[in-house]
Design a protein around this ligand. Structure first.
Ligand code: GAR
Length: 248
């Protein structure tokens, strides 16, 4: 086939026939700043889909207000009203399925998920975690990183599997720890990086570029390395207009 037959203009003008936006359900427990980053990306046409519902297990989560302010269905499902983890997760599955999502995004959803939940949505579940996984799984990551005198920290987006904070990593953003850093400064720096990488990962998934296969996470069909894609400290700092302490 010659180039004349398929000019680049023709390819640029090609529009896929699917018109239904891809559907996203976001699960939260608190502030919802990552949810806000996803809402902002959607409003700039940069999410690759639509957030159709936000579900919180905490009735007073501020993220619920963020959802309502954006005109998104905000659902409260208090876990305390259920007898067991399995009963709560069963109810959660039902609410999620009512919204027919292509992707379920955990954005500060502070619940351990039962195997039945993970299996139901396997390959369609993303989580964000405040560390450079596999380092510092679990809670209180900023304090533990500081206590260890670590040199770097960051955030990771990963597919959810039955291993807590252990599923294949999709993308990470790193930050270099300075002598002045405290739990509070690290928390802020990690959050800003989370807000950069989560919308990117969601978009990749909704565009069909990111998948979870038998061999782990793939991007455009190619297996990702164990740390996923990596945004360096310098690239993230530049993107965020952070002072990286270089002399001018
Ligand atoms: C985020 O830092 C996220 O990484 C963390 O909770 C915070 C939620 O913030 N998640 C976990 O620790 C899960 N293990 P947000 O409510 O402002 O998005």
């Amino acid at each position: 086939m010659s180039n004349d037959q398929y000019s680049s203009d023709t390819l640029t003008d090609f529009t896929p026939e699917t018109t239904e936006p891809r559907r996203v359900v976001v699960l939260i427990s608190g502030n919802g700043s990552n949810l806000q980053a996803l809402i902002d990306a959607q409003s700039h046409g940069e999410l690759g889909g639509e957030i159709v519902a936000v579900i919180s297990n905490q009735p007073n989560a501020y993220g619920l207000k963020r959802a309502r302010d954006a005109g998104i269905d905000a659902v409260v499902l208090p876990h305390r009203e259920y007898e067991s983890r399995e009963a709560f997760d069963g109810a959660l599955i039902k609410v999620i399925e009512r919204h027919e999502p292509d992707l379920i995004v955990l954005a500060g959803f502070m619940r351990i998920l039962s195997p039945i939940f993970v299996q139901r949505f396997y390959g369609r579940l993303l989580n964000i975690h405040p560390s450079l996984l596999p380092a510092y799984q679990g809670l209180d990551t900023h304090a533990r990183v500081l206590a260890d005198g670590a040199k770097e920290h960051g955030a990771s987006v990963h597919f959810v599997t039955e291993e807590l904070d252990g599923g294949p990593v999709v993308i990470q953003a790193a930050l270099e720890i300075t002598e002045d850093d405290s739990v509070e400064t690290l928390k802020n720096k990690v959050h800003s990086r989370e807000h950069l990488i989560y919308p990117i990962a969601v978009k990749w998934f909704l565009e069909g570029r990111l998948r979870l296969g038998a061999e782990g996470a793939t991007f455009d069909g190619v297996p990702l390395p164990p740390q996923g894609m990596r945004m360096s400290h310098a690239d993230a700092a530049e993107e965020l207009d952070e002072d990286i302490g270089e002399e001018s």
